[in-house]
Design a protein around this ligand. Structure first.
Ligand SMILES: NC(=O)c1ccc[n+]([C@@H]2O[C@H](COP(=O)([O-])OP(=O)(O)OC[C@H]3O[C@@H](n4cnc5c(N)ncnc54)[C@H](OP(=O)(O)O)[C@@H]3O)[C@@H](O)[C@H]2O)c1
Length: 265
């Protein structure tokens, strides 16, 4: 089936030609890759499962889009460096790198497990750091390039069962805030993407209510629109994220009893 082309993708008002997305085999990354390809961007896509990336490239071919599969594991820093070289040789300079690969595991304090912390830190946090390392020198040399980091509203404040996941996302948020001023001085942009709940293979596993659950195509649209506007933070759905931003400001004496009450069993 032929999908309609959409308007050219921009970052901070400027039309882009080449993007790289990690965690693009499924879910949010896949939807963003398709959206960018539909707007004429050449998109390199990474994840571990090569078959997902191949099917994505085939889907893009149907509407004349260009998607380059580059299978890798983001916990392997050297693989990301190699991938960046390979992508630029094949598609030209990367204008936008979206570090989106990530996962979630619940943490039950009754079976406190360091392995879960290590696994999620390696993937969600260090996987993103590895990606930034792979593009930062080339972006600095050109004084051009946009980094986008997919964190989560779960990083705003600590939430029960998300001690490991939330900590990785809080670390990403803090890292982006810390990097922004220096990157800007080097001519590099950074965007922090904090989604609420989005329907993907990851959230399909959740057995708890997910307020304001958003469809993945709508999430991809918010992400590309936010990037075009050049905002530092792209967060959605607004009704939910504004509520959480207010909750983020609460003092501990109010926040902690509120969380205990709302998660009582
Ligand atoms: N869905 C939500 O409600 C939601 C909300 C807030 C934030 N987020 C964040 O958004 C991002 C995407 O989430 P999603 O819901 O789209 O997840 P998803 O449906 O599980 O897709 C995750 C993608 O990441 C890839 N991936 C996982 N581990 C990887 C690794 N070590 N190296 C390379 N790729 C890897 C997976 O492919 P392989 O397994 O084949 O590698 C898959 O393509 C994550 O960072 C997540 O924390 C999601």
């Amino acid at each position: 089936m032929f999908a309609m082309r959409i308007e050219p993708a921009k970052v901070n008002g400027r039309v882009i030609d080449c993007a790289w997305i990690t965690g693009a085999g499924k879910g949010i990354g896949r939807a963003v890759a398709l959206r960018l390809a539909k707007s004429g961007v050449k998109v390199a896509v990474s994840a571990r499962t090569a078959a997902d990336l191949e099917s994505l490239a085939q889907e893009a071919e149907l509407f004349g889009g260009r998607i380059l599969p580059v299978a890798l594991d983001v916990t392997d820093a050297a693989a990301l460096e190699e991938a960046a070289d390979h992508i630029e040789a094949a598609l030209g300079p990367i204008d936008l790198a979206i570090f989106n690969a990530g996962s979630h595991k619940e943490m039950d304090p009754a079976s406190f497990d360091t392995a879960i912390f290590r696994e999620l830190m390696d993937l969600n946090f260090m996987g993103t750091v590895n990606g930034i390392q792979a593009v930062i020198d080339r972006f600095r040399d050109r004084r051009r390039g946009q980094i986008a980091v997919v964190a989560s509203i779960a990083g705003y404040r600590g939430l029960p069962t998300a001690a490991a996941y939330g900590a990785t996302k809080a670390a990403l948020i803090n890292m982006c805030e810390a990097l922004e001023p220096d990157l800007r001085r080097m001519g590099i942009g950074i965007t922090l993407i904090n989604p609420g709940f989005v329907r993907t293979p990851l959230t399909d596993q959740n057995d708890f209510p997910m307020p304001f659950l958003m469809e993945v195509d709508a999430a991809a649209e918010r992400i590309t629109r936010g990037l075009a506007k050049g905002r530092f933070e792209v967060t959605f759905p607004k009704r939910f994220t504004w509520l959480l931003k207010i909750v983020r400001c609460l003092p501990y004496w109010l926040y902690l009893p509120l969380v205990r009450w709302s998660t009582r069993r």
